[in-house]
Design a protein around this ligand. Structure first.
Ligand code: NAD
Length: 479
């Protein structure tokens, strides 16, 4: 790959634009060197982006198309990402610290959203409602108009694809606020939109501070719909802003998800699920498998196997081809270290890990905690790092009580070969999605989201498409 540009810019109304709030240094968390600078959007830049999206919407060029044409353009965005996967993945690796294979996986995952929603383009049709012989009545789905997308740093390009693909395919325009820590790869979404023939103003991408550009976007009086993915704290501010402007809002927030491991579970599957469930992306995943709740009869055996798994994962920078990369920043490393220290002070035992790696960079040891009690912060709060807790249960009532004991309710899991028990536990788990015998089972096709502190609304699947349209009823009186 040729040398990266030293300064990256925002994309407004089909033009690359220098932000009015100065520059931000984007650093590689694996070696703490600068990757590049990016210009920051000011509230005035946000106004310009929203105005461009509004003008594009008012031109009606997207809603006027046959859905198949919008679908083809959306699919092309995914094709663009795949064709440039190596280049984009390199940028993503440098700014996030994730291994190159994981970065490529993220680009392929983003492309999959464009493919899936492109396929959905022609499936959205209204219905005729019988009102007797003197009326013809039908419904149509219309786009909301200008949609706002505020994105976190852990899977920046995939999170954009998740909401922008269905928004565009249904004829909306988009203003995207990318995360401060990892904004560079996100700019390829603008290139993809340009490559695919979207008109100026359909896709606008801004990097900016949350409290400045993010707040200006979420409070903007001229947006019609909003999707926020990020922390509970910011999600609360977003919900308030959406309420003030009376716009629909989807909130995809954090999680503290648990898997219940029954005594008849296939432990090979459990170990494989933990490998990806908590150590993929260094545990910086909203639906990470951060808690194991295991039947007391197999607690010791499973704990020993999970400790062995974590001890044998290599951690390093992308050129070392590691099993796990660095955390996203030194701040994140400190946060994870604080949680671990506090857990140890409270009596939890780190059977492996529990501390940063002894080398420069935001690396953290894959960590497993036992002797965890339900009231410890490590068992209730989202750590967002490679830290697993293991607790045991004696009967299913106790297992469900533990699993449902946090304020979150994003994902849950059951590992067993007893169908009756799987069904009963799945019914009782407080979660937006339940994974049985494989953590992260599902895909772009299956709805995703939470309740409680994990937010509201659903993305992915058919549900994700319906976020971006409202129905209009037309009732015609015949003479
Ligand atoms: P964050 O809330 O700090 O930031 C998310 C985004 O909001 C960033 O773009 C940030 O700039 C912006 N922002 C910050 N303050 C704002 C404000 N006042 N107004 C408007 N925007 C503002 O979250 P983060 O640390 O980037 O991401 C980690 C969190 O995201 C974790 O809790 C994780 O669980 C969650 N997450 C959830 C999902 C999901 O699908 N449920 C997916 C990925 C991440």
């Amino acid at each position: 790959m040729s040398q990266l540009p030293a300064l990256w810019r925002n994309y407004i109304n089909g033009q690359w634009h220098t932000g009015q709030s100065g520059n931000l240094s984007v650093d590689n968390p694996a070696n703490l060197s600068k990757v590049a600078d990016i210009t920051l959007a000011s509230p005035e830049d946000v106004d310009s982006a929203v105005a461009a999206a509004r003008a594009c919407h008012n031109s009606a060029v997207l809603p006027a198309m046959r859905p198949v044409e919008r679908g083809r353009m959306v699919r092309k965005m995914g094709d663009y990402l795949l064709e440039n996967c190596d280049e984009i993945a390199t940028v993503l690796t440098l700014e996030t610290g994730k291994p190159l294979d994981e970065a490529k996986g993220e680009i392929q995952g983003a492309a999959r959203y464009f493919e899936y929603y492109a396929n959905q383009a022609e499936t959205l049709d209204g219905r005729a409602i019988p009102l007797g012989k003197d009326y013809i009545d039908y419904t149509v789905y219309e786009p909301f108009g200008v949609t706002a997308h505020i994105v976190p740093w852990n899977f920046p390009i995939e999170m954009i694809a998740r909401s922008v693909a269905p928004a565009l395919v249904t004829g909306n325009t988009c203003v995207i606020k990318t995360p401060e820590l990892t904004p560079l790869a996100c700019t390829y979404i603008a290139k993809a939109a340009e490559f695919s023939g979207f008109p100026a103003g359909a896709v606008n991408i801004l990097c900016g501070y949350g409290h400045e550009a993010g707040a200006a976007l979420s409070n903007h009086p001229d947006i019609d719909q909003m999707v926020f993915t990020g922390s509970v704290q910011t999600g609360t501010l977003i919900a308030e802003a959406a309420a003030r402007n009376l716009v629909p809002c989807v909130l995809e927030l954090g999680g503290k998800s648990a898997a219940i491991i029954c005594e008849d579970a296939d432990l090979d599957s459990v170990v494989e699920s933990v490998r990806w469930g908590i150590f993929y992306n260094a545990g910086q995943v909203c639906s990470a498998l951060s808690r194991i709740i295991v039947h007391q009869d197999i607690h010791d055996e499973l704990l020993q196997r999970l400790t062995h798994l974590a001890e044998n994962l290599s951690v390093g920078s992308h050129d070392e081809n590691p099993d796990m990369g660095s955390l996203v920043s030194m701040d994140q490393q400190r946060r994870v270290a604080d949680f671990c220290q506090q857990a140890q002070q409270a009596g939890a035992i780190a059977t492996t890990g529990g501390a940063p790696l002894d080398r420069p960079g935001a690396f953290f040891q894959p960590t497993v905690f036992s002797q965890v009690t339900a009231n410890m912060a490590i068992a209730t709060e989202e750590v967002f790092g490679p830290v697993l807790t293991v607790q045991s249960f004696a009967d299913d009532t106790a297992a469900i009580q533990l699993a449902n004991s946090t304020e979150y309710s994003l994902a849950g899991g059951v590992f067993s070969n007893d169908l009756q028990r799987i069904m009963r536990l799945s019914q009782q788990l407080k979660a937006g999605q339940v994974y049985v015998n494989e953590w992260y089972a599902g895909g772009v096709e299956t709805p995703f989201g939470g309740t409680g502190k994990s937010g509201y609304g659903r993305e992915k699947g058919r549900e994700g498409l319906m976020n971006y349209v409202h129905s209009k009823n037309v009732a015609i009186r015949l003479k």
